[in-house]
Write a protein that binds this ligand. Structure first.
Ligand code: F6P
Length: 351
């Protein structure tokens, strides 16, 4: 579309923040600066390209970023396709700023916009898969996920000792939106006695039965991990999703609160004293784990290479141990749900 040789590169972070974003920014910028690119940060996700919010990224700006949580560029859930004149503004600012390429770091929403802009306008963009939810298909893991699982596992470990001391059921609500990756992985790692995720239609009655069984085996305490997107199900066939009515520009409702409802149900149905802990945004804050720092760094270098080769419309991805590139369209076409086999690993320890 614009320019022949890429010399000015923009970097954008969109959607929910996540540990490792700054590590990607550092890697993209470092590799590109060596190649004499001018690197510019687009502030506040796609909003920065709708409104023209930019900042120069030089050696000083990217120094010390590797262990730093959040994103120095800021982020929003702005969707240019939901704003009147939004797409035209993105294309206009991109041209006015004399950008030759963009690295978009984000999840299904941010990268969905990138894929569409590329398909419809040959927009020169490369994607990097970010999200604690790990729900992007076409990559084995997104960066940020390992940190979230580490935080959740540590919380479960801590809840074990207090649960045991008081003979209580502890319900732990974790994030993950429409998929249960954080719940399943932290639940396996933390030895959860029951895990409830959107992908598995386990009823409240069945969950309570497993807890009773465990108590009859002489274990007076239990840990229940519930994913925020789990739909409460009952043997009557009734279902209930706990969410706020408000929707973001990508149409997502705000989840959260299922843990509280579930805890009340468990206490009423079993008679076991039950408490709930909602982990919330602590899963997203703070420094990335070494694994996420390494993955983010490898993704960033790959994205810079794709830009340099002018291979646009692609996303850096992890396949096994190799960093590869995949089509942005393919990567955003469907959510990566937790396969049954993973749930079976977890359920071997229920009850
Ligand atoms: O997509 C990441 C995520 O943390 C989800 O797990 C969660 O549902 C959502 O973002 C929370 O969004 P917000 O930060 O806008 O409350």
């Amino acid at each position: 579309m614009i320019g022949v040789v890429a010399t000015k590169l923009g970097i954008l972070t969109g959607g929910g923040d996540c540990p490792g974003l700054n590590a990607v920014i550092r890697a993209v910028a470092r590799r590109s600066m060596v190649r004499d690119y001018e690197v510019v940060g687009v502030q506040e996700g796609w909003r920065g390209l709708v409104e023209g919010l930019f900042e120069p990224l030089g050696p000083r700006e990217i120094s010390g970023l590797l262990p730093r949580g959040g994103t120095i560029l800021g982020t929003t859930r702005t969707n240019p396709y939901k704003i009147e004149g939004g797409v035209e503004a993105v294309l206009g600012w991109f041209q006015d700023e004399e950008l030759d390429a963009l690295v978009a770091i984000g999840g299904e929403d941010t990268l969905g916009v990138a894929a569409r802009l590329h398909a419809e306008h040959e927009f020169p963009v490369v994607g990097v898969p970010k999200t604690i939810d790990n729900d992007l298909s076409a990559t084995d893991y997104t960066f940020g996920f390992d940190t979230a699982v580490t935080v959740a596992t540590e919380a479960i470990d801590r809840l074990h000792t207090t649960a045991e001391s008081h003979n209580r059921v502890m319900v732990v609500e974790v994030m993950g939106r429409h998929v249960g990756w954080i719940a399943v992985m932290s639940g396996i790692a933390g030895g959860a006695d029951m895990i409830l995720i959107p992908e598995q239609p386990v009823t409240v009655e069945r969950a309570c039965e497993e807890l009773r069984h465990r108590h009859h085996r002489g274990k007076d305490f239990s840990i229940v991990v519930v994913s925020e997107g789990y739909e409460l199900r009952y043997e009557s066939g009734e279902t209930r999703t706990v969410a706020e009515e408000v929707r973001d520009q990508f149409g997502h409702v705000r989840l959260g609160g299922v843990g509280e409802v579930l805890a009340r149900e468990i206490e009423e149905r079993t008679g076991y004293e039950t408490r709930v802990t909602v982990l919330g945004h602590v899963q997203r804050g703070g420094t990335p784990t070494p694994r996420d720092r390494v993955l983010a760094t490898r993704y960033g270098l790959k994205a810079a290479d794709l830009v340099h080769e002018r291979t646009f419309g692609r996303m850096a991805a992890l396949h096994g141990d190799a960093i590869v590139d995949v089509s942005l369209q393919e990567a955003t076409a469907e959510l990566k749900i937790v396969p049954r086999e993973w749930y079976h690993v977890a359920s071997a320890f229920f009850g």
